[in-house]
Design a protein around this ligand. Structure first.
Ligand code: NAD
Length: 489
C-alpha cells in the first residue's frame, strides 16, 4: 500500500525556527493528485509574518551555524541523508501523489536528494581558501565565507532533489536557509524538513509554503543575503529585478530549449531511445530534456520511422501504475500551457505525425493529461521550436551539415543542455566546443549529474550547482586578508 499524505501523516506544518507551525496565510494550499484532478488535502500557506519569522530565525541561527566546524556540519548533513534513505519509500510515494510522476522516476529523484545531502556532507570540510604569500612579517590569504541567510525558491518538477540541491549546498557552506517549495508540491520539502528538524540547530533550515505572493515576500525581505532560484526565466527576471534594488547576489537556474543533434554515423537505436527518454522523461517537465531534436537529413526518414513508433507506444498513466512510463502534467495550468503551445504550433503550420494515447479510464478523466507528441514541419524560428514548452513535446528538424546544426542549436535565447550523437570524435569535439550551453552530452541523454557543474548560458541562468568547487564558491563570498607583522605582534 502506498504511503498516503493525509491518511498516514497527521498534519502538514511549516518549519520555522525549529518549530512546526501552521500558516497564517488567508487560504491554505490545495494539494491535488494530478492523475485525477482531485484534491488530496491541504498544506499551510505562509502569511507575510511567517516569512518574516522564518527570515529572523534564519538570521539568529546564522550567528551560531557560521562557526560550527565544517566536519560537524557535514556530520549533520550525513544524518539527514541517512534519514532520507530510511524514509525512501514514503518520500517516493509522497512525490508520486503530489507530482504525479511514475513511482520509479520519483525513486530516482529521492535517491538524488539523498546523494546530494551526502555529497555536500562530504564537501563541507574539504572546501578551503588559498594562501597567496607567507613572508616572515607579512601574510596574504583568500578565504571563502558564507553569505548569511539564503532564500531558496524551487519549482515542482523534482521537489526532493531541488530541496536538496540548494539546502545541502547552502548548509555545507555555512549559510542558513529559508526555503519555499512550489505550491503544487509542498509536501516533499515539508517531509524532508521534518526529517532534518532535530538534526540541525533550530532556525538553520526553515521551510515556508505558499505561492507567488510568498515568494515575492521572501525575495523582498531585507534580512536575506543571497537568493537561489530554480524556475522559469520570466520569474527569474522578476527576482533579479527585486535583488538589484539591494545589490543581492543570486544563483539563477532557469529554463531551457535544449537541442540534441543526431549525425548519420550515430548508433541510431541508442539515439532513438535517448530521445524518447530525453524528451518524455518526467512528462517532458525537465529543464535538461531535449525539446528540439535535430536529425541529419540523410537519416531523417529512418529516424522518424523508429522515433514515431517508439513514442506511439509510450505507456501513459498514473504514477502508481507500474506500467506507466509517462505521467500527467503537474497541474491544470501546466496542461493548458502545453496544450496551448501545441495548438498554436499546428495553427502556424506544424504537423503532428504521432502522439501516444492518454488513459481512457473514467477514474482518471479529470487528470492533467497531455499525450507524448512529436511535432514536425515547424520552422527553426517558430514559437514551438524556440520557446520552452516544458511538456511531453519533441520538435524534430532536419539539418544538412555541422554549421547548420550549430546555427539552429544556438539560435534560441536559452543555453542549458545539449546533446550530440556521433561516433566521429572530431565532430563530437567541434560540436561540444561550438554549442552555447552549460552542459553538452555526447552519446548519452542530457542530464545533470552530481559532481559536474550544472547551470546555463544565456537566459538559462547564472551560477552553478551540483558540483564541488563552482557550487561551493557560488554560495560563498570571497575575502582577501592581508596582514603586516613588521611592527611585532
Ligand atoms: P515558476 O518560475 O513559475 O515558479 C518557480 C517557483 O517560483 C515557485 O516556487 C513559485 O511559487 C515561485 N515564484 C513564482 N513567481 C515568483 C515571484 N515573482 N517571486 C518569487 N517567487 C516566485 O516556474 P515553474 O513553472 O514552477 O517551473 C518550471 C520552470 O522551472 C521551467 O522554466 C523550467 O525550465 C525551470 N527549471 C529549471 C531548472 C534548472 O536547474 N535550470 C530545473 C527545473 C526547472
Amino acid at each position: 500500500m502506498a504511503y498516503h499524505p493525509y491518511k498516514d501523516h497527521a498534519s502538514w506544518k511549516m518549519l520555522i525556527g525549529g518549530e512546526f507551525v501552521d500558516g497564517s496565510g488567508a487560504t491554505a494550499l490545495e494539494v491535488i493528485n494530478p492523475a485525477t484532478g482531485q484534491v488530496l488535502g491541504e498544506a499551510p500557506a505562509a502569511g507575510e509574518d511567517d516569512v518574516d519569522r522564518a527570515v529572523v530565525a534564519a538570521r539568529q541561527a546564522y550567528h551560531g551555524w557560521r562557526w560550527v566546524r565544517p566536519e560537524e556540519r557535514g556530520a549533520m548533513l550525513f544524518e539527514i541523508a541517512r534519514r532520507i534513505h530510511e524514509h525512501h519509500d514514503e518520500l517516493v510515494d509522497l512525490e508520486t501523489w503530489e507530482n504525479g510522476k511514475p513511482r520509479v522516476q520519483s525513486a530516482r529523484d529521492v535517491i538524488n536528494a539523498e546523494r546530494t545531502f551526502r555529497f555536500y556532507a562530504g564537501a563541507a570540510d574539504k572546501f578551503y581558501g588559498q594562501s597567496v604569500y607567507d613572508g616572515l612579517s607579512e601574510m596574504r590569504k583568500i578565504v571563502y565565507e558564507p553569505y548569511g541567510v539564503v532564500a531558496v525558491i524551487i519549482p515542482w518538477n523534482w521537489p526532493p532533489m531541488h530541496t536538496a540541491d540548494f539546502a545541502a549546498l547552502a548548509l555545507a557552506t555555512g549559510n542558513t536557509v529559508v526555503l519555499k517549495p512550489a505550491p503544487e508540491t509542498p509536501l516533499s520539502s515539508l517531509r524532508i524538513a521534518e526529517l532534518a528538524a532535530d538534526v540541525l540547530p533550530p532556525g538553520v533550515l526553515n521551510v515556508v509554503t505558499g505561492g507567488v505572493e510568498t515568494g515575492v515576500q521572501l525575495v523582498a525581505h531585507r534580512g536575506i543575503d543571497f537568493i537561489a532560484f530554480t524556475g522559469s526565466d520570466l520569474t527569474g527576471e522578476k527576482i533579479l529585478a527585486a535583488a538589484a534594488t539591494r545589490i543581492l547576489p543570486t544563483m539563477m537556474e532557469l529554463g531551457g530549449k535544449n537541442a540534441s543533434i543526431i549525425f548519420p554515423d550515430a548508433d541510431l537505436g541508442r539515439a532513438v531511445q535517448g530521445m524518447v527518454r530525453s524528451a518524455f522523461f518526467n512528462s517532458g517537465q525537465a529543464c535538461s530534456g531535449s525539446e528540439r531534436v535535430l536529425v541529419h537529413e540523410s537519416i531523417y526518414t529512418t529516424f522518424m520511422e523508429r522515433f514515431t513508433s517508439a513514442v506511439a507506444g509510450l505507456s501513459v498513466g498514473e504514477g502508481f501504475d507500474e506500467r506507466s512510463i509517462v505521467g500527467p502534467m503537474v497541474s491544470k495550468r501546466q496542461q493548458e500551457k502545453v496544450q496551448g503551445a501545441l495548438d498554436r504550433a499546428v495553427a502556424a503550420g506544424a504537423c503532428i505525425p504521432t502522439r501516444a494515447e492518454v488513459p481512457s479510464d473514467a477514474r482518471l478523466a479529470g487528470g492533467f493529461w497531455v499525450p507524448p507528441t512529436i511535432v514536425t514541419e515547424a520552422a527553426p524560428d517558430a514559437e514551438i521550436m524556440t520557446a520552452e514548452v516544458f511538456g511531453p513535446v519533441a520538435g524534430v528538424l532536419p539539418f544538412k551539415d555541422e554549421d547548420e546544426a550549430v546555427a539552429i542549436a544556438n539560435a534560441v535565447d536559452y543555453g542549458l543542455t545539449s546533446g550530440v550523437w556521433t561516433r566521429d570524435l572530431g565532430v563530437a569535439h567541434r560540436m561540444a566546443t561550438r554549442i552555447e550551453a552549460g552542459i553538452v552530452s555526447v552519446n548519452r541523454v542530457n542530464s545533470g549529474e552530481l559532481g559536474l557543474p550544472f547551470g546555463g548560458y544565456k537566459r538559462s541562468g547564472v551560477g552553478r550547482k551540483k558540483d564541488f568547487l563552482e557550487a561551493m564558491r557560488s554560495f560563498s563570498r570571497v575575502k582577501a586578508i592581508q596582514m603586516d607583522f613588521s611592527q611585532g605582534g
